[in-house]
Design a protein around this ligand. Structure first.
Ligand code: FES
Length: 125
């Protein structure tokens, strides 16, 4: 469990991944760790390819944030430019989990449905 002293300086965040079939899994994601790395560290298999933010294989979508004052679009930073997402995607809460750094406890939809929402190729949009 995380401390409750506010988001600044937090050591880790609770990120709950949710699949369309109803499964979910909560990860303790360290403050400088990507969601994908946390998942792999905890033995959870998530799809990925480039690990550089240039494809959408790892995409998830923030659907809720524990703190109602935080917009889902602000729940994740990216450690580098998420080139496979456009500004509208980011505003809609999409995040590239290979480079996504949580900044709030949140719930993230994952799976092929989320990826299909973006279309097949980020380069063709
Ligand atoms: S694995 Fe390619 S953007 Fe994350």
């Amino acid at each position: 469990m995380n401390d409750s002293s506010g988001d600044a300086g937090r050591e880790e965040y609770d990120v709950t991944l949710e699949w369309p079939d109803g499964r979910s899994r909560t990860l303790d994601v360290r403050s400088r760790e990507s969601v994908l790395n946390a998942a792999l560290r905890e033995g959870l298999r998530l799809p990925y390819d480039c690990r550089k933010g240039t494809c959408t294989t790892c995409v998830g979508r923030v659907v809720a944030v524990a703190d109602d004052a935080v917009d889902p679009a602000s729940a994740m930073d990216h450690r580098r430019a998420p080139r496979a997402l456009d500004p509208d995607d980011l505003a809609d809460g999409y995040a590239l989990l290979c480079i996504a750094l949580p900044r709030a406890d949140c719930r993230v939809a994952v799976g092929p449905t989320v990826r299909s929402e973006l279309g097949d190729s980020p380069w063709g949009r």
